[in-house]
Design a protein around this ligand. Sequence first.
Ligand code: SF4
Ligand code: SF4
Length: 265
Amino acid sequence: MDSEANLAYLESLPELRPGETFVFDCNPGVPCFNRCCAELTLPLSPYDVLRLRRQLQMPSEEFVATFVRLHYHEDTGFPMPMLRMLQGPGEPCPFVSQAGCTVYEDRPGACRYYPLGRGASMGRDGVVERFYLVREDHCRGFDVGTARTPAEWYADQDLAGYNRSNDRYMRLMSLVRATGRPLELKLVNMAMLCLFQLDRFRELIGNMKLFDRVEAEDRRELVMGDSLAADEAALDFGMDWLELVVFGTCPTLERKPSPRQESPS
Ligand code: SF4
Ligand code: SF4
């Protein structure tokens, strides 16, 4: 489902105002435990891939080959990795076990949002958020539970990092969408590296000496590090670099002037 179809689907559901509460809990005690972790159409955002790869300590090429079915957004050409369900009876998620989710700390944003749907769109002053309640028939989590507002659910599910990164990604995609044509192939390949293959993007940074070309010396050490914060910084830098390459300008990353521009003629 592309982002517009996803928004149209959400808008067909009951909307929850920011201060409104909903009652829900999901834990190993519910009779439907694990039942929803199968036969999913689950697109992975760049931040989802970042968190899963860090949890699994897996090179990006192996991660993509093992867990991803690669699709592309029709309108922008951006890569859209989908989490590949296991083949066989019930098509379970590759990360589900009898005890629950084996990647729980780093599970994708979609698994955290549920049963909330987050409709985010670009408004004049930034991202506009709306909330919807996704109530599936098989889900018993609504029968008994804690009343929470959407903001309380976000805090409970530790969604701040996901929202921040996904909103930046949405801004980049909406800029490309506004051009009315998808990225050309070499930029699609660049997008794959910058967004979903941070290990290979770091190699590219080294090989192309990218930090010699941009005004970002203060970001170098963290971007090239090895920690969750470093991966987050590398993804931010990747999105900035991609925007700079595609549009020739980016509000959060500037090219250094070329030596010819620096010296008086
Ligand atoms: S990642 Fe975890 S929570 Fe999400 S569908 Fe798979 S097992 Fe379930
Ligand atoms: S169906 Fe609902 S309550 Fe049951 S495990 Fe999934 S999210 Fe939790």
